[in-house]
Ligand binder design. Structure first.
Ligand SMILES: Cc1ncc(COP(=O)(O)OP(=O)(O)O)c(N)n1
Ligand SMILES: Cc1nc(C(=O)O)sc1CCOP(=O)(O)O
Ligand SMILES: [Mg+2]
Length: 215
């Protein structure tokens, strides 16, 4: 577990991805199954509706003491006093967020190109998304499919916490951690499961079993 990002299983949730239960029910079941941190990713809501949804989710995450990250929208992140924000190359850059935001808030930043590891934006970010490990139908506008070799390359170039995202599930979580990721981020393997609690538990077990092997 990375000392600066002590979260192993990261749920990225939206209304659209919550197939068999409401978003709040999926989030609660996933927390009960072992999710450590949650990102609210609503790509099609206006800011006012995004804030309303984020407020509801924040009440739940606060009850369980789970940090809430907001995708893309700094106004929403501010409005709900989120733990952090996640941005990519087409969003407000980490340097701008840092100027506006209190320095101890977490900034997640997507790594799509190896060259990004040398940029000022990456230095400012607190943790990095390996974007994506495997291509996924959940987000199709991606650049590099990093794979296991890509994770190893990124791990050799930075000590920052690495969050693996893109088709992550119980079958590949252990090898991704073994390659150097610190945390596994999941949309569909949890949100589209009949039983999000059980799905989260299985992935968490895979992460922890692997870590135990190394002790
Ligand atoms: C943990 C995590 N990693 C990567 C992303 C992708 O962010 P971004 O590249 O900005 O794409 P969108 O999610 O905004 O479509 C993420 N959201 N979370
Ligand atoms: C939100 C997101 N970001 C990605 C990136 O590559 O940056 S992939 C992704 C969606 C991941 O969904 P699933 O777990 O269903 O594959
Ligand atoms: Mg984004």
């Amino acid at each position: 577990m990375h000392p600066d990002f002590p979260y192993q299983l990261y749920l990225v949730i939206s209304e659209e991805s919550s197939v068999h239960h409401s978003l709040l029910k999926v989030a609660e079941m996933a927390i009960e199954g072992g999710v450590d941190i949650i990102q609210l990713r609503e790509k099609n809501l206006n800011t006012s509706d995004f804030i309303k949804k984020a407020e509801k989710l924040k009440k739940l995450t606060d009850r369980y003491n789970i940090p809430l990250i907001i995708n893309d929208n700094l106004e929403v992140a501010n409005a709900v006093d989120a733990f952090g924000i996640h941005v990519g190359n087409s969003d407000t850059p980490p340097s701008e967020i840092q100027q506006i935001w209190n320095h101890n808030k977490a900034i997640g930043y997507s790594i799509e190109y190896l060259e990004q590891l040398e940029t000022e934006q990456t230095k400012i970010a607190n943790h990095l998304g390996i974007s994506p490990v495997y291509s996924t139908s959940t987000k199709t506008n991606t650049v590099t499919e990093w794979g296991i070799e890509g994770i190893k390359k990124i791990r050799n170039l930075t000590k920052k916490p690495l969050v693996a995202i893109g088709r992550m599930n119980a079958s590949n979580a252990a090898e991704v951690i073994k390659a150097g990721a610190d945390c596994i981020a999941v949309v569909s393997a949890i949100c589209a499961a009949n039983d999000p609690k059980e799905a989260a538990k299985e992935i968490k077990n895979q992460i922890q079993n692997h870590q135990n092997e190394n002790i």
